[in-house]
Design a protein around this ligand. Sequence first.
Ligand code: SF4
Ligand code: SF4
Length: 197
Amino acid sequence: MSAVKDIFQSVKDLWSLFVGLRVTGKYFMQPTLTVHYPRETVDEDVEQTYGGHVELVPKPKNPLKPKCIGCMMCVTNCPSGCLTVVKAKAPKPTPEEEQAMKEAEARGEKVKKPKAPKEPAKFMYDYSLCSLCGTCIENCPVGSLRYSNNIYFVGTSRKEFKLDLLQRLQRQAENTAKAAPEASEPEQAAETAKSEA
Ligand code: SF4
Ligand code: SF4
């Protein structure tokens, strides 16, 4: 009885081996989808489709600043507690402005105090905790968050995955500005004429 059982087990093992080899053989003959990083890198169009860690989206007219209005929806909804946002504070009035406000108050006038700008002063993100669930992206009312295509991001310690997203945005804007080709002379002349008009 035990010999029959052994034979069945051997047939079963051989069958699994055959199924595995069939799958291997099928993909062996097809073009490879992976690359031998760092000797090879993926094409740029593939890189653009990669959904990496979360990043801030810049304002269309000012790439140094994010679209973020500091509403805290992303922080509140993140299930993993990866985001820390500190809202910007109202600018401190100068001594002259403070004096003028005191005088206006003494005269019984309504004093308009400087308002805090609707932007973050700090935007920290811990990629080591992030599950890339996309909840922050979906809940941002102004579309200020997206997945980056930072495909080759590696690190050897946890602290390398704690990202200052404001600093990152500024570095990206500076790198884009550096990489942009210088405007040609006719283009510069046209720009000058436009601004002088
Ligand atoms: S993708 Fe998900 S886990 Fe990651 S920061 Fe956004 S809400 Fe949090
Ligand atoms: S990124 Fe979006 S959701 Fe998060 S604080 Fe800024 S505006 Fe609000």
